[in-house]
Design a protein around this ligand. Structure first.
Ligand code: GLC
Length: 549
């Protein structure tokens, strides 16, 4: 039984995209050594936990989400011993460590897939191999599309399985596992235990809604797999099948063998918070990302309704709500808020064409992103901060075609630039070629950094009391006393364009309108997202207020 209030129910979790966080050996790729050096930065920022994107050996067909060995560390990132030491060092600083587990698919270099291609029938059973359609079997077995573009099937060109097709909902280098196979189930429970034994506090579950496919792999009636994955559109036989829940009941039994508590966070893109709540039943997962907050346009009424919906549905299963403003898959917050605000911001992320020709106003986007952070950190539940959000970094949208790495770019036939623009190596200082990202300043970073990031570096922001970094530090310092156990959100009557709520002895106001509004008498400003706020709240600004008495 979980204790009354567990750390993860109110935590601020910082997402470390390890490839781009800090490079300790000077090869231009982030690594464990670099992360270890920067742990004190994260402790001083005030985060409760880090979630590290996949750090396992991988051919990097999808930036590490193609895992070749779930029980080891990618050589470019370090060694298993370094990983162990990192977990211990983080714990020493009071930071919990959450890993990323990728159960929907392996790499095509995983020993199982290699064995399957070499003709081992038991290994082939662990994946989805099928004959093709058509007189010569040269058409894919069904109409599913890869999330990254193109068919979700690749035909085996040589060897004993020549002519068969295998399913990959993502890149061809990411064959989908067959979760109806008992060996697959046993293997993953064992992998969880492997890392729990090494002190890891929990797992973020990649594509948690994808493991079970509808029996017989029926056509999806041309429904776009990518859009249905993100549930911008309706249902699809590849996603959110009821059979997936039995898997998580098994995982929960594994986690519950450990003390202190080990937890799971689902990445599940499902059509409603009601469907999401099913993953959070008491014998399943602990929490799940709720993505409506990051899909919300910058409008008080929209924000208010996603907040109510997220809180209501989490409460229905006794889970904490979760607040995500960005991650390694979506356009950075600053940039989303830099342009016109369509109904679903995430949609534009995968169909960037919608924004084509509209110049971003980054100064405006930054201002709104800072305000959004104060809303996020005032709400009950868990908040996720993606590395670089605390620096208000913008999306880099003009990467040259030849440096792009995201498989989305090639698989979409070079129409969707993909997600590299939110994965640029972090700027730590303002005085060397890689902005202090790489231990060797002569290193060539795996994605190029823009020429103007010195001003956004950690060092530059350190010196500026009004920087976004110092805003986050102040917010995370105040959050425990002001908000952590403050109870329910009570909306205040604040007028058009303004959302305001009270929790305990504090209020959070945000102005998404175009006119300044007066703040209520008898309150004092505890923290404002923009300098100079006193009794009046300007547009695109948020404030935390202490109420008198
Ligand atoms: C998740 C990850 C994303 C990855 C995909 C396939 O959505 O967040 O980065 O490409 O799964 O593993």
């Amino acid at each position: 039984m979980a204790p009354e209030s567990s750390w993860w129910q109110t935590a601020v979790v910082y997402q470390v995209y390890i490839r781009s966080f800090a490079d300790g050996d000077g090869d231009g790729i982030g690594d464990i050594k670099g992360l270890a050096v920067r742990l004190p930065y994260l402790a001083a920022l005030g985060v409760d936990a880090i979630w590290i994107n996949p750090w396992y050996p991988s051919p990097m067909a999808d930036a590490g989400y193609d895992v070749a060995d779930y029980r080891d560390i990618e050589p470019a990132y370090g060694t298993l011993d370094e990983a162990q030491a990192l977990i211990a060092e983080a714990h020493g600083l009071g930071i919990r460590v959450i890993l990323d587990i990728v159960p929907n698919h392996t790499s095509d270099r995983h020993a199982w897939f290699r064995a399957a291609l070499e003709g081992d029938p038991a290994a082939a059973e662990r994946y989805h191999f099928r004959p093709g359609r058509g007189a010569h079997g040269d058409l894919p077995p069904n109409d599913w599309q890869s999330v990254f573009g193109g068919p979700a099937w690749t035909r085996v060109a040589t060897g004993p399985l020549k002519g068969q097709w295998y399913l990959h909902l993502f890149a061809p280098g990411q064959p989908d596992l067959n979760w109806d196979n008992g060996e697959v189930r046993d293997e993953f429970e064992d992998i969880l235990a492997f890392w729990f034994d090494r002190g890891v506090d929990g797992f973020r579950i990649d594509v948690a809604h994808g493991l079970i496919k509808a029996p017989g792999l029926p056509d999806g009636a041309q429904a776009d797999t990518a859009q249905t994955m993100l549930q911008v559109e309706g249902a699809h036989p590849a996603w959110d099948q009821d059979g997936v829940h039995e898997i998580y009941r098994g995982w929960r039994r594994v986690a519950d063998r450990y003390s202190p508590e080990r937890i799971f966070i689902a990445e599940a893109w499902v059509p409603s918070n009601e469907r999401l709540a099913r993953y959070l039943r008491p014998d399943e997962l602990h929490t799940a990302f709720q993505f409506d907050f990051l899909r919300s346009p910058w409008r008080a009424d929209a924000l208010r309704s996603v907040i109510d919906d997220a809180i209501g549905s989490a409460a229905s299963v006794g889970a904490p709500p979760t607040w995500v403003l960005s991650n390694h898959d979506v356009t950075r917050t600053v940039t989303r808020f830099s342009r016109s605000q369509p109904e679903h911001l995430i949609e534009t992320d995968w169909e960037r064409a919608r924004w084509a020709g509209e110049e971003p106003d980054h100064a405006l986007g930054r201002r709104r992103a800072r305000a959004a952070a104060l809303i996020q950190l005032a709400l009950p539940g868990t908040a996720y901060v993606y590395q670089g959000e605390e620096l208000a970094l913008e999306e880099i949208e003009d990467l040259p075609a030849e440096v792009r790495q995201d498989p989305t770019w090639a698989q979409s036939g070079f129409t969707d630039v993909g997600r590299d623009g939110c994965r640029i190596p972090l700027p730590w200082n303002d005085d060397d070629r890689t902005y202090g990202f790489a231990a060797d300043p002569a290193a060539v970073t795996w994605l190029p950094q823009p020429g103007h990031w010195a001003q956004h570096s950690v060092e530059a922001q350190d010196r500026d009391p009004d920087s976004t970094l110092n805003l986050y530090r102040a917010a995370l310092k105040l959050r425990p006393a002001l908000w952590r156990d403050a109870g329910e959100v009570k909306w205040l009557d604040a007028g058009a364009g303004v959302a305001a709520f009270e929790r305990g002895g504090a209020q959070c106001w945000v102005n998404t309108g175009t006119e300044s509004v007066d703040l209520p008498a008898g309150t004092s400003v505890a923290l404002a997202s923009w300098p100079g706020v006193d009794t009046v709240l300007p547009p695109d600004t948020a404030v935390w207020l202490r109420t008198a008495g």
